[in-house]
Design a binder for this molecule. Sequence first.
Ligand code: KG4
Ligand code: ZN
Length: 337
Amino acid sequence: MLFLGIESSCDETAAALVCHGRILGHQIHRQDHRAFGGVMPQFAAREHMAFLPHVMDALWAESGCGPQDLDGIGVTAGPGLVGGLLVGILWAKGMACRWNKPLWPVHHLEAHALMARYDCDVLFPYGLLLLSGGHCVMAEVSGVHQYKILGQTYDDAAGECIDKVARALGGPYPGGPFIQQCAENGDPYAITLPIPLHKERSSSFSFSGLKTACIQWIAKNQINGPLSASTKADFCASFQRTIAETLCQRLQYAMIDSGLKHWVISGGVASNTYFRSRLHDLCHNLGGQLIAPKPEHCTDNGAMIAWAAAEYYAAGQKPDLFFPVRAHWPLDQLKPT
Ligand code: KG4
Ligand code: ZN
């Protein structure tokens, strides 16, 4: 069975082919939003429009397949930026009509959540800690389209906080890889930052307070000129440790309260090696297991959308040609058909 996945919900134009649990081809065009200091929706939509045809041509050339060979198509239908989503959806609907192929609207966060089953063969049910640029969710995954939310963020997502702090340090967008690299030679205990929701016994998150504290710390320490390389390294290492501590604390509560032993982390922030190792140690110490897709499968990609379509097909989800685009789409609104 050959499935095509198209992703255009944010700033990556990506497409991939998955066949019997193998990636036959994958193409990605990463947009450059550095000039805006964050993702500019109109620019993103125009870039998707300009680059999706090239991404598709390169995918067919790389794989030696054509649209006639497909057994199904998956396309991100939300949540995300409407302009970009529409570009992918219109392309996918056009192809499904022209070649008479079944089409599934894929939930972007669910695709992140299911990718662990591609890389690591994890069985349902499992716990999910989803850490992307705009979402921070703890959930129980009982099957395709079956989610129980255990906690989510009251305000900013971890990725958003990381991106804003990286920007305050003069770093590029997205900020995660920059922070991780700067932190490599730093002392994680050099600077004390507030651990979000330290006193709240729940699996919810909040990152806006930490974001503000970091931006204020940077402004205060930059009054007499830019931070030295070693101060920047210490700050980034301490910032990463603070985030890791809050993630570990929230996950610990979720593990105890849900009784789930297998925990998947996914989303772009889950590609961070420090977070992966801290969360791995926590799960191990509590008698559980942390399952993390390959780092390149945590950040947005087309293979996770193609794999989600394969999962939808295997679970008996009905294809649909008339679905809407959804900017907001809570995971627990999904219902199996
Ligand atoms: O899942 P994703 O690729 O896109 C969304 O669905 O939002 O996540 C993007 C987020 C950004 O905030 C980015 O800074 C963060 O993932 N990220 C990282 C790393 N790589 C990407 N955060 C921390 N460490 C990384 N190595
Ligand atoms: Zn994502």
